[in-house]
Ligand binder design. Sequence first.
Ligand SMILES: Nc1ncnc2c1ncn2[C@@H]1O[C@H](COP(=O)(O)OP(=O)(O)OP(=O)(O)O)[C@@H](O)[C@H]1O
Length: 598
Amino acid sequence: MTTALTDSIDPRLARRGSILGRFLRRPAGATSFAFFLLVVAIAIMAPWIAPHDPNLVDLAITKAPPSAEHLMGGDSTGRDVFSRLLWGARTTLFGALITIVTALVIGVPSGVAAGYFGGRFDRVSTWVSDALQSIPGMIILLIVAAGTRSDFVILMATVGAFMAPGYFRLARSTTIAVRSEPYIDAARVAGLGHGRIMSRHVVKVVYAPVIIQTALTAGIAMGIQAGLQFLGIGDAKTPGWGAMMNDGFRNMLTNPLLLLWPSLALGLTIAALAVMGSTLADVVSVRTPVATKRKRTASALDSAAVTVSTGVVAHASEQSAVRVENLRVQYATPDGDVEVVHGITLDVAPGEVLGIVGESGSGKSQTVFSILDLLPAGGSCSADGLWIGGRSVSALSRAERHRLLGSEIGYIPQEPMSNLDPSYTIGYQLTEPLRAVQKLSRAEAKAKAVSMLERVGISDPARVMRSYPHEISGGMAQRVLIAGAIAGKPSVLIADEPTTALDVTVQAEVLELLRELQQEYKMALVLVTHNFGVVADICDRVVVMRNGNIEEIGEVSTIFGQPTSRYTRELISASLDGAESRSELDAALAVPRKVVNA
Ligand SMILES: Nc1ncnc2c1ncn2[C@@H]1O[C@H](COP(=O)(O)OP(=O)(O)OP(=O)(O)O)[C@@H](O)[C@H]1O
């Protein structure tokens, strides 16, 4: 019954104050909103401001013209038209409210869940939504009217059920557009549960298009309700604009005013809602979201050589910070499953810094996503064994694996900005996982977040806590994410190219900070990078990956001194050619760096 908005809102623009302000600054927005508020006020005040009982019959005023006592005259059965018009606003708004609440309650949560979880739940709920839309609503309404003796509430709730698919489709498509955003993964890595991620981060993006849709849906609900009353479906005692239009229609030739008043009231109210909806859509800059592709598509897979590699294992599994044996990662493609990591074995000792290097597409990120249990849709992995913090986790359920995130394992992503939700302040995004995972009170979480920000070198933590992501620099955003990742005191920190998106001075500072924190917290650090310079700076051992296999693995000094593989030699020279020399980086680092202001 409604048309879903398939676009979504730029979350940065979706902050309440600014939206309302900009909406009201537009003449169309202010006028339509003022008119709608007037209708709402009339609906609320009707019992007190209506001069007569809307159902009181006074045969003396049957079809009477307007007079001082009856401002709009009397209807064909002798009831005061003005009073019925005022009460009609109440009925109309109440009916629209029932419809909207029903449609929202059914459509939005199911749409968000379908978009977020995908898979079978998505398929089944989309099928139900499509089926609901294909049912002829008017026939069902007539059956419901007959079965409930035209109960007004049930009728309007039924209308709402038929409008739910509009909300379902809107919420689902908006959720699908944001579910692969890095900040959603970042929230997951921080240890937040699905319910919390949906109710905080996803709903925040969904709510603006839903409000716009609601303005339009309310108008449609009013039209349907008036239509039902016009057809005589509904309680005859309930004064409504549709019933008044019916009376006016039957007496149109002799008393045209009887049709004019309710038609004007209904038409103007629906028009006000439509203008409000479209102005709101304009104000929040509806745009088509582009889901961030975390990685390349399967077309890049063709060159992958399928051989099995194993790395040197330096520790017993029970003493490993991370250990994975014979890890394989595959993706479902239209041509069948394609393997992108071909049975690698890795081991990281507690307190060790392991670098994973390799050219683009060599499988570095897929390896760490498998350890984090964060492979994107379509990807799956298998391994002979996986240990985290010396504990075998391969037999754990997804929920149990999930609980390791934010506590046992911390994760620092590649692009700091896109891993922060633009709709929330830094303070909220740091304290939310602390409250959810570590069960801290609001005040404790805030104090801890401030102290973590100080620890990662932010000189003005109070201001940063109040800031939105777009108000801070990339380097500072990465410090914020580092603060969040180490707040749970993980035994393993995984950093996926943490400096790629930063400029060279900041890169050096962030690497230095990571090294300091790794030593202070005695964490194992797994550092994914393209850059051998970075490996030389802070890693103890290095794994060289190529086409989903381990090409070479060993102590950094050995790999640099005597690389056995030609590929490693090429990678080292490519990486060091044109890279900032160590002295340049040191010069950059000589700038006081503990305190960062921008
Ligand atoms: N969603 C996906 N669907 C299909 N194949 C994918 C997907 N994501 C990654 N791959 C493939 O997996 C292989 C390994 O990718 P991975 O992201 O691990 O590379 P990488 O070494 O981390 O590269 P980069 O340094 O550019 O991030 C690549 O060939 C890539 O095309």
